[in-house]
Each structure stands twice: as C-alpha cells, then as structure tokens.
Design a protein around this ligand. Sequence first.
Ligand code: RFL
Length: 386
Amino acid sequence: MPTEEASKPVVIVGAGVSGLALGNFLLREGIDCVVLERRDRDHVERRQRAGVIDTRATRAFRKRGLEDRIVGGSPVQAGLGFRVDGQDRWLDLVADEHREGRFCPQQVLVRNLITVFEQEGGDLRFGTEVTVEDGERPRVRLGDGAIIEGDFIAGCDGSHGATRAAIPEGRITRHSHEFGYAWLVVLTDAPPTRQTLMAIHSRGFAAAFARGPEASRFYLQCPLGDTVADWPDERIWSELETRFCEPIATKGTIVEKGLVPLRSEVLSPMSHGGIHLLGDAAHIVPPSSAKGMNLALHDADVFAEALVRYYEKDDRSLLDAYSDTRLRDVWNYQAFATWFTDTVHDAGDPGCRGEFRHRVARADLARLFTSDTANRLLSEFIAGLN
Ligand code: RFL
C-alpha cells in the first residue's frame, strides 16, 4: 500500500509550460499537487522553443495575480512583420483589446514559472521519470518503484510522454495531419535584427524571431527528406539572405539546428477517468501558428478552474466538461493553424502545392492588408480570443 505522503490530490507529470502553469494556478488556490519532471533543471530551464504569449494566456496569469512575476517586462506584440518578395509589409493587430500578447521566450516563461512555484512552496521534482497507471485512483510509478497516487493525474508530458501511453487502446482517437514539408530550425547566439519577420519568397518560407537579447531563431522551409547534413552553415545563411532579399546583419554562431516535419494532431477525448491530458500530450499544432505553447497555457487555465470548482464546491461539472470545452477551442485553433500555415507556405513556392494554391494564398495574404474584417479575424486568433 502506498504511504500517506505518496498520495497527492493532483499529480502533474511534466514540468513544461502546461505542467508548471497548472502547478502555479493550483498553488494559488491552495490545492496541493506535485510536479514530476524526468529531465534535470538545467535542461528544462534552457530549452528554447516558442516566443509569444497570447492575450488570453496573459489574462490567465493576470486574473491570478501572477502577470508581473511571470511575464512582467516582456514587450507587447503589436503586429506581424512580413517580407513579401523582399518588400517589408507590417500588419498591425487591429484593436487594442487584442494587443496584450507578449514577446516572452519559452525558456524565460519556464524559468519564471519554476521560480514562483518554488517560492510559494511548491513540490517540484526534477530527474524523476514516471510511468502512469490507469485505475479507479490513477497513479504514477517512479524509477525507484515508489508510487504516488492522486485524485487526478494531469498528463503534461508532451506527445511522447507516459500519460497518453497509459490510456487503454481504443479509448482515445488520434486525428493527425501532415503538411508535406519540414522546417529547418536554427538557433544562433546573436541578438535579433528585428522581433519577428516572416519571408514569403518563391524559394520557400523563412522566418526570423527574437528569442531574448542573446538568441535568435531562424526557420527555413525545406523538403521532408532533407537531413541536417544537407544544411551546412554557409548554405543556411545564403538561403536566408536569398529569401529575405537582404543581408542578415547579426549572424552570430549557429548553436543548434534540427529538422521538424510540420504536422498537426488532436487526441479525442482529452480525458479518461481520472487522467486528463494537457498541452502537447493532447494536441500538436505546427510551430508556424505560434499556438502550441499558448494552447498548453489555455488548457492549464481551464483545467485549474475545473479542479477549483471540484475541490471548493464538490461540483464535477467543469471537470466532466473539460475535454469537450477544450476540444471546441483546439479544433478552432487547428483551423487557424492549418489556414495560416498553408497560406504562408503556398504564397511562396508555387512548386510546393501548385500554381492554383499559390494564387489563392497570395489573394488570402493580400486581403489581410486590405480588409479590416480579415485583419480582425486574424488578430482574434493571434490573441487567443477566437
Ligand atoms: P513541454 O513543454 O514539452 O513539457 C513536457 C514535459 O514533460 C516531460 N516528460 C516527463 N516527465 C516525467 N515523466 C515522463 N515520463 C515524462 N515524459 C515527458 C518532458 O521532459 C517535458 O519537460 O510540453 P507542454 O507543457 O505541453 O508545452 C507545449 C509547448 O512546449 C509546445 O507546444 C511549444 O513549444 C510549441 N512551439 C511553439 N509554440 C508557440 O506557442 N509558439 C511558438 O512560436 C512555438 N515555436 C514550438 C516552436 C515547438 C518547437 N518544436 C519543439 C518543434 C518552435 C519549435 C521548434
């Protein structure tokens, strides 16, 4: 039998964005939980990925009095910078209420979430890989065989994690979509030339994003079969300069490169008994949509509210509705992510999906700059308010 301290109301698997946000939200409400993370602290605090926290996620921190400590000081995202065939096109986000998103690199967000969680006395254990076991009271098994059971297991452990693997075959359906191309993902140690820039060019899509004062991310669309060996540093710089139609002022050293096939995935339902999935464990959107980290934060917001209702009022209604509530939103964002990803890629290289799609994408892109309605819809998606 598990000992008394081997039981927690909520066991959170994974100290990424969703797990740490959920842990902090629960701690604010006095709900005890433990966060178990397989990697060490250094790895988790340095992992570089996303860079923008949307309006909805910013508000989730604000309503719990956490905005300043988590995203304070990060610049506001006011628009999107495009470079279309070498011409700068700035797209203002239309309304002030949609301009609360912040440029905040994922590693900064994660570091702040860890700091606040620990300052508030949260139980966070690094270097603790677990397996998850389904049952009337679900539980996790640690590497040394110890067991922690919970009223609830929050599976915040990504798309290759242990939680989704614990759900019996046939209880969850996996819906997936492959876009048919990949991104070469490059990290450099140099400050960014500009905050955000997306290049639409006949050789393919490219993007440059700030990732704090001493790091920049570059992305290059490439065929699925490419390997990192196909992309020596000189080819990367030359291809970026061709697609941006300008020299890259601050190149720096390339410290990381990898290939990411663009894909989307949704697991449905997102709950099974006492096991609930959050973030990448439940859904993947392509990085081009800049929504993966934000959907993880929205999940944590909704799941935390459901748990508060359950523990404070003995009312399961929000918990029972968690999967349906989130899937409505998730499919909405998959629609946006698919449209945006197709548009910025098809508008570039006509060889990718043909001349017809190319011309449709060019029309879609142009409309964003000429139609207030199209701009407002995009702004709402970017803000996470749609
Ligand atoms: P995370 O952040 O990956 O955290 C999961 C954690 O679970 C741990 N883990 C386990 N721990 C214990 N036991 C086990 N058995 C475990 N198995 C796994 C892992 O070590 C890890 O620490 O998932 P979460 O919380 O769902 O958050 C999702 C986001 O991290 C992800 O969606 C974004 O990074 C996606 N993403 C972007 N999102 C945006 O909103 N905007 C962007 O601009 C953006 N750019 C990106 C991205 C993802 C990228 N990659 C990784 C493909 C750019 C890239 C290159």
